[in-house]
Design a protein around this ligand. Structure first.
Ligand code: NAP
Length: 435
């Protein structure tokens, strides 16, 4: 029997489990360990609450979770409750699928000012991640500045622009919905340090900005290259640019009280304020060999809240080699050390779609199969974990516990919403009947 531990129950974790099941069938036992009592990682806490169709993929993970040879172990933090070395002593292979849940630092003067957040924290807040439930962003007045030209910047800008009625069918948490409903913000500036041709925004996500009830996207036509140049672009980017062109074309309808303004060639240089952020100091850039070069032209944008959506990094785990510059585990195509692997964002950094993690999961299982003796190395697996948990007094959660939490969240949903998430671990544990 082969014993596999997968740390992290997001897409990369479940696709790895699926791949291991396909390859070894009855001959593998898989334990998926998560620090939260609830599974699915980025699907629950990262994917936008108004993108429910993307979250539907969790049903596929559930099918994997419900098979006999896969077990969910909730509320166990690898690195503090148990060490990676301990897991390696118990399992034939340990796969770190911990994603990239931490914000990359902006590294700007003033980043410590109040009402400045990274997107991991801000998205975690409206998605009900227990770590960020107490964030309490002040949305009561002024203007938001979102830094970054990726899809997370679009998610954040769209959520800030939406009215409560536009969240019907979304699983945004009640507290965030209330704060957004009472929002006194009058617009969002989306800052890109490079230009339209360098965006990391995809057409579907950009197109959504055209369908908001009170908000109008705006692009300065001067920022757009000549139309003829679009022919050189790959089809996806060309589509995105066509959408940006449509945002530049029509005069904004006067009825729109909320603008979503794209400010390209605009590199943030400092956050300004007394205690709380009041403005972003920006330097105009031009692109040289694909890089943003400052022009010396400095200006300020008023900002009562700033959200930096500039990418994520993996959280280091004690004893695991870490590539600090890249913000992920040091690895060679997923291999960290004998018996220790990483997969998904923890391997390659935060890129691609949810689906990109599926081939990643299958590839890492192929590597494990190539490295391990057939039939495993006689390690204790689940029995060993249970003994360790007992010795350490770890009262870990199960998939059945999650199902009870799930049922309770669905039962307490506001009208039209799929669920009302519990935003504290205590409340989750109570809903599981463990308190
Ligand atoms: P991303 O796609 O890497 O975009 C990060 C953005 O931040 C880039 O525009 C980058 O500009 C900018 N940036 C980085 N450092 C900066 C700095 N110091 N100052 C100013 N700007 C800076 O990351 P993401 O938006 O966090 O998305 C992560 C992944 O999740 C992506 O693969 C994304 O497509 C995916 N995602 C998908 C969806 C969806 O499909 N609906 C939704 C959300 C996220 P440069 O290009 O100049 O470096």
């Amino acid at each position: 029997m082969l014993h596999l531990a997968i740390v992290g129950s997001g897409p990369a974790g479940y696709y790895t489990a699926e791949a291991a099941q396909k390859l070894w069938g009855e001959h593998v036992r898989i334990d998926i360990i998560d620090r939260l009592p609830v599974p699915y990682g980025l699907i629950r806490s990262g994917v936008a609450p108004d993108h429910q169709s993307i979250k539907g993929v969790a049903r596929r993970y559930e099918a994997v979770a419900l098979t006999d040879n896969v077990r969910f172990i909730g509320r166990v933090s690898v690195g503090s409750d148990v060490s990676v070395a301990e897991l390696q002593g118990i399992y034939d292979a340990v796969v770190l699928a911990t994603g990239a849940p931490a914000d990359r630092a902006l590294g700007l003067p003033g980043q410590e000012l109040a009402n400045v957040f990274g997107s991991a924290a801000f998205v975690g807040w409206y998605n009900g991640h227990p770590q960020f439930a107490g964030l309490a962003p002040d949305l009561t007045r002024g203007r938001a500045v979102v830094i970054g030209n990726g899809n997370v910047a679009l998610d954040v800008a769209r959520i800030l622009a939406k009215q409560p009625a536009e969240f019907v069918g979304a699983d945004i948490v009640g507290g965030a919905l209330e704060a957004l409903g009472a929002s006194g913000l009058d617009g969002v500036t989306i800052l890109g340090r490079r230009g339209p041709y360098q965006i990391a925004m995809t057409p579907k996500e950009l197109g959504e900005l055209a369908h908001l009830s009170r908000a109008a996207p705006r692009v300065d036509p001067e920022d757009l290259p000549p139309v003829a140049d679009d022919a050189t672009l790959d089809p996806g980017l060309r589509k995105s640019i066509q959408i940006l062109r449509s945002f530049a074309a029509p005069p904004a309808p006067p009825a729109c009280p909320f603008d979503l303004t794209f400010d390209f060639f605009a590199a943030p240089r400092a956050l300004i304020g007394h205690g709380r952020v009041e403005a972003v100091e920006v330097e105009r850039t031009r692109i040289v060999d694909g890089r943003a070069m400052g022009t010396g032209d400095i200006y300020r944008i008023p900002a009562s809240i700033v959200i930096a959506a500039i990418g994520y990094q993996t959280t280091p785990i004690a004893g695991v080699p870490f590539d600090t510059a890249a913000g992920r585990f040091a690895n060679d195509e997923g291999r960290i050390a004998p018996g220790l692997y990483c997969v998904g964002w923890a391997r390659r950094g935060p890129s691609g779609t949810i689906g990109t993690n599926r081939p990643d999961g299958f590839a890492i299982v192929d590597k494990i199969a190539a490295d391990l003796p057939a039939g495993g190395s006689g390690k204790s697996g689940r029995a060993g974990f249970e003994a360790l948990a007992k010795a350490r007094g770890l009262d870990f959660g199960t998939f059945r516990d999650w199902q009870k939490i799930d049922e309770a969240e669905v039962a307490r949903a506001r009208q039209g919403a799929p669920r009302e998430k519990f935003v504290s671990i205590d409340a989750m544990v109570e809903a599981a009947g463990k308190k």
